[in-house]
Design a protein around this ligand. Structure first.
Ligand code: NAD
Length: 251
């Protein structure tokens, strides 16, 4: 495998114990990066990945974990803000407290981790932040008001942070996955009345007719994090089976 210029770079991946984050941590490592995974469940992470406990909803926990990662890796070049939680329902279904707790993880989690990592990123010759956003940021999905609003904020934050830090040579981009076959989606399907029908409906929603794989999203994150993307900042890369871009005519 080529290294994409990532050999020896130091990467922090939040939510890297499962799904997209796990695939990203392993892909970065396979490209020669040294990787710390910051997660609620670091015991799920095995060497050579470094597992550190964090709750991105807690500022002190984030500052402690990011400093520990920087010490362990000898600095930070790449930050992947991937930790996130889901929420179903319309604006009538989610009480204020649920809004606060989801926004605390999905939006403020990105803010806190980036804030803690910036002093380290400023010392890097390849400083890159990649946020895991979602097609939900722009798609107008039904029954996803809170989740969509949280990812809309991540998209806006990506653009604003890219503008704020471009002259410091820190790039900021995001990926917008469609529905990805991860433990998260597995849990959603398990909870459905008829998981097979629900899976078929999720597949049909994407023009490719199948779910995105975590490895496919990881490959996009690896590219955005790598020196190969040195002129790429303030972009959202859709990895969604064509869901956002294609308007297929009914057969
Ligand atoms: P997942 O549930 O498989 O993994 C999420 C990881 O985040 C877990 O390891 C979990 O422990 C960690 N995490 C959750 N809350 C945390 C917190 N407060 N602090 C630290 N870690 C925390 O989910 P996934 O499907 O891999 O999703 C990862 C990201 O991708 C999320 O931001 C999600 O919104 C986004 N996303 C997922 C899909 C999809 O279809 N799976 C689509 C678009 C975007």
């Amino acid at each position: 495998m080529t290294t994409n210029g990532l050999a020896g770079l130091r990467a922090v991946v939040t939510g890297g114990a499962s799904g997209i984050g796990r695939a990203t941590a392993l892909a970065l490592q396979a490209h020669g990066a040294r990787v710390a995974v910051l997660d609620l469940t670091p015991e799920a992470v095995s060497a050579p990945l470094v597992g550190l406990r964090v709750d991105v909803a807690d500022d002190a926990s984030v500052r402690t974990a990011v400093e520990a990662a920087a010490t362990e890796l000898g600095g930070i070049d790449i930050l992947v803000n991937n930790a996130g939680v889901g929420a179903a329902g319309t604006v009538e279904d989610n009480p204020d407290q649920q809004w606060r707790s989801v926004l605390d993880v999905n939006v403020l989690g990105v803010v806190r981790t980036t804030r803690a990592a910036l002093p380290h990123l400023r010392r890097s010759a390849n400083a890159a932040v990649v946020n895991t956003c979602s097609i939900a940021a722009t798609a107008g999905l039904p029954q996803r008001a809170l989740y969509s609003a949280s990812k809309g904020a991540v998209l806006s934050l990506t653009l604003a942070m890219a503008a704020d830090h471009v002259r410091e040579n820190i790039r900021v981009n995001c990926v917008n996955p469609g529905t990805v076959d991860t433990p998260w989606v597995g849990r959603l399907l398990d909870a459905a009345e008829d998981p097979a029908t629900e899976r078929a409906a999720l597949c049909a929603r994407q023009p490719t007719g199948r779910l995105v794989t975590a490895d496919e999203v990881a490959a996009a994150i690896v590219y955005l994090a790598s020196p190969a993307a040195a002129s790429v900042t303030g972009t959202a890369l859709a990895v969604d089976g064509g869901m956002a871009g294609l308007r297929l005519r009914p057969a």
